[in-house]
Ligand binder design. Structure first.
Ligand SMILES: NC(=O)c1ccc[n+]([C@@H]2O[C@H](COP(=O)([O-])OP(=O)(O)OC[C@H]3O[C@@H](n4cnc5c(N)ncnc54)[C@H](O)[C@@H]3O)[C@@H](O)[C@H]2O)c1
Length: 440
């Protein structure tokens, strides 16, 4: 066993704690060598760090080009490229008719992305998906959606929208006519837990997409998902596209608002045709587990209590719930009416289309009514716990004015909450009650 000498005691564990004046000459020598050893060690660590930075920054077909200050999920590596991969990319993007669209759908393994991709493919358009399959919610649900799309001939490339080399490659292989940009970090409350993931996907990611689109030749037209959350703390209802959007209630909302301003810039400077869609609380089969209608269903079935938020003075919290099929019709109509971008090779040639539309249902429903409908459909009484609406991102109500989308897109939602939830519950029970999966 090692004997502890007083010299050992005098050697500091951290340099700042060392008291020079009390030490002997020998101590000084030992300290000198120990400092040298530490200096060598830290130089080595620094050197290793520099190598890693260089490695992650260099373009390669197995790439993770992401800044290291971002979410832990963004540090994953993806492999892409090669003749077989390019063949799959081309086949998936091929249109069935001469004037069909060839669409790059980002966030294709997500809730809305899956439905939009399937609908485009069904009508004969070429569709290529892109998704990083992050674990914000159960990735196995994303994989199941991927399998669904694969059966209808849609290939989802696994990668991050910040991967410029990958995006460039995709545009080299396919001359996409349109980009349906749905990839984003969704959810208002999670922004307090992981704010950088919102900056990464909703701001930096959007800029990456627009940078590559602006340089593409021909430039595609872009339709992308903004959000009703940009109306923030507004009290005038219904929310109109002409209303102010400068008081967001969450970082999520702020990143979507920033996205709208960024879209304006790329339209103005580069002639990109850009359409932003402000979705209002989308729900339906294959939905998102972090949304109330989804986890209320899970909790009611498990006999757990369901939090029903109440605003100040017993104010009702309500949402303009919009069924996924209505949203899909709005997305397709936005793609179909999108004019061509006017620039080429990064240069603007003339003014281009710039639009923003509300896609909602125009009939807000109190959250307590949502629970009543679920109780009837599930045939289980919910344990309700009325809770004060926390000030962490949620707003008291949303209500869309859709006259602009009606006029210009022919958008007309047709599914009420009762009908839509019935379809959701049927899907939920068959997906989770098959015994193979359990809702996380
Ligand atoms: N569902 C709604 O109620 C709603 C409401 C308003 C706005 N939106 C917007 O609509 C879009 C689609 O929403 P959703 O409900 O389908 O969400 P979702 O989370 O199910 O889908 C988003 C997909 O994008 C992927 N993704 C996230 N960051 C990425 C990145 N950096 N690179 C590549 N892929 C990435 C995720 O893995 C996910 O599969 C989002 O932009 C969202 O902000 C949705």
């Amino acid at each position: 066993m090692k004997q502890m000498s007083h010299i050992d005691h005098d050697i500091p564990s951290t340099p700042g704690k060392f008291k020079m004046e009390k030490s002997s000459y020998m101590n000084r020598i030992r300290w000198h060598y120990s400092s040298l050893a530490k200096l060598t060690f830290w130089s080595f660590v620094l050197f290793l760090g520099l190598i890693l930075v260089f490695f992650f920054k260099s373009p390669t077909s197995t790439s993770s080009p992401l800044p290291s200050d971002l979410s832990r999920r963004s540090l994953r590596t993806y492999s892409w490229g090669g003749p077989a991969w390019e063949k799959r990319v081309r086949a998936s993007s091929r249109t069935r008719s001469r004037n069909g669209l060839s669409v790059l759908v980002t966030g294709a393994a997500g809730f809305v992305g899956t439905h939009v991709s399937a609908a485009l493919k069904r009508r004969g358009d070429g569709v290529l998906g892109l998704d990083n399959f992050n674990d914000y919610y159960d990735p196995s649900l994303k994989r199941a959606r991927q399998a669904l799309l694969e059966r209808s001939g849609v290939f989802i490339v696994e990668g991050d929208i910040n991967d410029i080399a990958l995006l460039k490659k995709l545009f080299e292989v396919v001359a996409f006519t349109h980009v349906m940009h749905l990839a984003a970090q969704a959810g208002v409350r999670y922004a307090m837990e992981n704010p950088s993931s919102y900056v990464h996907s909703n701001i930096a990611g959007l800029v990456s997409i627009l940078e590559v689109c602006k340089s593409a030749n021909p430039q595609p037209a872009i339709v992308w998902a903004s959000s009703s959350s940009v109306y923030g703390l507004n009290t005038k209802v219904p929310f109109s596209e002409k209303d102010r959007t400068d008081q967001p209630a969450s970082l999520y909302a702020a990143t979507k608002k920033a996205g709208e301003e960024i879209a304006h810039t790329y339209n103005h400077i580069y002639g990109l045709s850009l359409t932003g869609l402000r979705f209002f609380t989308v729900y339906g089969p294959w939905g998102r587990p972090d949304m109330a209608y989804f986890f209320f269903t899970k909790d009611i079935l498990k006999g757990k209590s369901v939090p029903i938020f109440e605003a100040a003075n017993h104010g009702t919290v309500a949402r303009d719930f919009t069924y996924i099929d209505d949203i899909v019709k709005g997305c397709l109509a936005a793609l179909d009416t999108a004019e061509k971008s006017t620039g080429s090779g990064g240069k603007k040639k003339g003014p281009a289309q710039l639009r923003v539309f509300n896609l909602g249902n125009t009939s807000p429903v109190p959250v307590s009514d949502l629970v009543s409908i679920l109780e009837r459909l599930l045939k289980v009484k919910a344990k309700r716990s009325v809770t004060k609406l926390p000030r962490n991102g949620d707003v008291q109500f949303t209500h869309a004015n859709i006259s602009s989308a009606q006029r210009e897109l022919g958008y007309k939602p047709t599914t009420d909450l009762q009908t839509g939830l019935k379809k959701f519950v049927r899907w939920y029970l068959s997906y989770y009650d098959s015994g193979k999966k359990s809702a996380q």
